[in-house]
Design a protein around this ligand. Structure first.
Ligand code: NAD
Length: 264
């Protein structure tokens, strides 16, 4: 059997109990990386996910339920993951939430939560992962931004600010480590049909009195010229590339995979 390119590496993916994070965890595990899961969900389902990933891909798995709004919990998770595996070689900042409202009506506590989860948590995980990566002179930090890290939409002030912010954090992380084996890049997906987007589809169907299918079509065609969703598997393949030796000089990019969204 061909040697898998991430054998012996450990990847921690925030928000990996669902959606894009789960797709990325599975793609990295398929390349041999041990997986540290994080995110919310039913304890039994998460235990099953861990067990199934370990047996399907022959890797070790762990789960830490740190709430990404809580600095102390993030610090504990990073400490525990590094103690258990020796290092976190691949850090995937993926956990994210959305809230849609115009600025004058935007609930202040939702603003704080979006910024905390989508942006500040990545600062904490990054600052805590870097010392071990620097000691090993190898690391991959990948931040899931969004097409909304590059362009804006009305109603999404906190999300757009957090995603533009994480593109900035990506560039600084890349520059500060440019002469090392540590790279940092952002992936900017367009629409991916995950629970986060399903909520927006359901809200559109209810508001406009249309079917779920029609709401999906309208949502896509408003922004995404391909008219097709990006899939977690496609994002997983890009993640594997960014972790590879071939991507060693890809540094500080915000790589959109968005069906043409930001080409317009
Ligand atoms: P999702 O809702 O399916 O998954 C979000 C994950 O984050 C879940 O595992 C959830 O448990 C976790 N999470 C939420 N709050 C958390 C907290 N406080 N602490 C720890 N974990 C928490 O969403 P998704 O669509 O897979 O989104 C993943 C990332 O991709 C987000 O950063 C999102 O902004 C980004 N993104 C999504 C799309 C899309 O179309 N779905 C497009 C561009 C970017």
């Amino acid at each position: 059997m061909q040697t898998r390119q991430l054998n012996g590496k450990t990847a921690l993916i925030t928000g990996s109990t669902s959606g894009i994070g789960l797709g990325i965890a599975q793609a990295l595990a398929a390349e041999g990386a041990n997986i540290v899961f994080n995110g919310f969900g039913e304890a039994a389902q998460i235990a099953e996910l861990q067990k199934q990933t370990a047996s399907q891909f022959g890797v070790k798995t762990a789960y830490f339920g740190a709430d990404m709004t809580q600095r102390q919990q993030i610090e504990q998770m990073m400490k525990d993951a590094i103690a258990q595996f020796g290092s976190v070689d691949i850090l995937f900042n993926n956990a994210g939430i959305q809230h849609v409202a115009n600025i004058e009506a935007f609930p202040v506590e939702r603003w704080d939560a979006v910024i905390a989860i989508n942006l500040t948590s990545a600062f904490h995980t990054t600052r805590l992962a870097l010392p071990v990566m620097q000691k090993n002179n190898w690391g991959r930090i990948i931040n899931i931004a969004s097409a909304h890290g590059l362009v804006a939409s009305a109603g999404k002030s906190a999300y757009v600010a957090s995603k533009h912010g994480i593109v900035g954090l990506t560039k600084v992380t890349a520059l500060e480590n440019a002469q090392t084996g540590i790279t940092c890049n952002a992936i900017c997906p367009g629409w991916v049909l995950t629970p986060l987007v399903q909520k927006q589809v359901d809200a559109r169907a209810a508001a406009n009195g249309i079917s779920i299918d029609q709401a999906k079509r309208e949502l896509l065609l408003e922004k995404q010229p391909s008219g097709e969703f990006v899939t977690p598997e496609q994002l997983g393949a890009l993640a594997v590339f960014l972790c590879s030796d071939a991507a060693a000089q890809v540094r500080g990019v915000a790589w959109n995979m968005d069906g043409g969204w930001v080409a317009q």
